[in-house]
Design a binder for this molecule. Structure first.
Ligand SMILES: [Zn+2]
Ligand SMILES: [Zn+2]
Length: 280
């Protein structure tokens, strides 16, 4: 893919670009609430060539003198993704220029890119903003104790990352992050999972984090959850609520696992919803 073609949208004063981090190999078996063959059929109809793969985006937001990044990809952890930093450089953005990193949540495919191989901050001049419930969760020793082996590695990475950025970590308040950009708490996938709204006169964009991992499947059937959800029932409730809101408010959607097109709109279809990737 030619890096210069990364999809961008102008929302008021802000230009938002979906910067690919690459793919992680996953499996439709991670889903619950749907038979694997039905999930595969939906992927096939949506034209997805590798139905078990999950694509990863970070979003660059530029405008009003700010350079912000929403999530940072995997950093190459677990042999997945890891292309975000090079792709930022390819479109002329040095990691030193990023003044703010907004985190949707602390899973490794979102924070892995925040530390270099020596476990030092990659975005040295950036403030790291996240929901306080997210930090509380990953700092909770009781939650760590009951986590699976993979979960325990995730706790380790989240703690290491928050420690490395400790001087620059800030929690969302009720205020805007900056004029026109505000956090929206979307709990369930993780306790502090948060989206970001960018509102301008004529349109609004919602970067919805991990509301879906298999976008076509989980919009067609919003009750389908994925093994990564810390609270699948709440994740489902939040997904249904936000899908309805996306239709009602005609929101443009961006999401870390929406695919390389990076942006989509949502409409009602059958018993669920349909996601349409929007043209440039
Ligand atoms: Zn996640
Ligand atoms: Zn994710």
């Amino acid at each position: 893919m030619n890096p210069l073609t990364f999809p961008s949208r102008q929302i008021g004063d802000f230009q938002v670009t979906a910067v690919s981090d690459g793919n992680m190999s996953a499996s439709l078996d991670l889903l619950s609430g749907i038979a694997t063959e039905d999930a595969a059929r939906i992927q096939h109809h949506a034209g997805i060539a590798e139905p078990g793969n999950i694509h990863i985006n970070g979003y660059l937001i530029r405008g009003r003198g700010r350079t912000m990044l929403v999530d940072a990809g995997t950093g190459g952890l677990n042999n997945a993704g890891g292309q975000l930093k090079a792709n930022l450089a390819a479109i002329g953005i040095s990691h030193d220029e990023v003044d703010t990193v907004l985190l949707t949540h602390c899973h490794p495919d979102h924070i892995g890119g925040l530390l270099d191989a020596e476990k030092r901050p990659v975005f040295q001049h950036a403030e790291l903003l996240l929901h306080h419930r997210e930090a509380d969760y990953w700092r909770d020793d009781e939650k760590l104790k009951i986590a699976s082996e993979r979960g325990q590695r995730n706790f380790g990475l989240a703690r290491q990352t928050l420690d490395a950025y400790a001087q620059n970590v800030r929690f969302f308040s009720k205020d805007n992050i900056t004029e026109g950009i505000s956090p929206l708490w979307l709990p369930g996938h993780t306790p502090g999972h948060t989206g970001f709204r960018i509102d301008a006169d004529e349109k609004s964009l919602l970067i919805w984090g991990d509301i879906v991992h298999y976008p076509h499947i989980q919009t067609a059937q919003p009750a389908v959850s994925i093994l990564f959800d810390t609270d699948p029932a709440l994740a489902e409730e939040t997904r249904k609520k936000i899908l309805a809101q996306a239709v009602r408010e005609k929101l443009l959607i961006a999401g870390m696992h929406l695919g390389p097109a990076g942006f989509a709109t949502v409409s009602r279809a059958d018993t669920g919803y349909r996601l349409s990737c929007t043209a440039l």
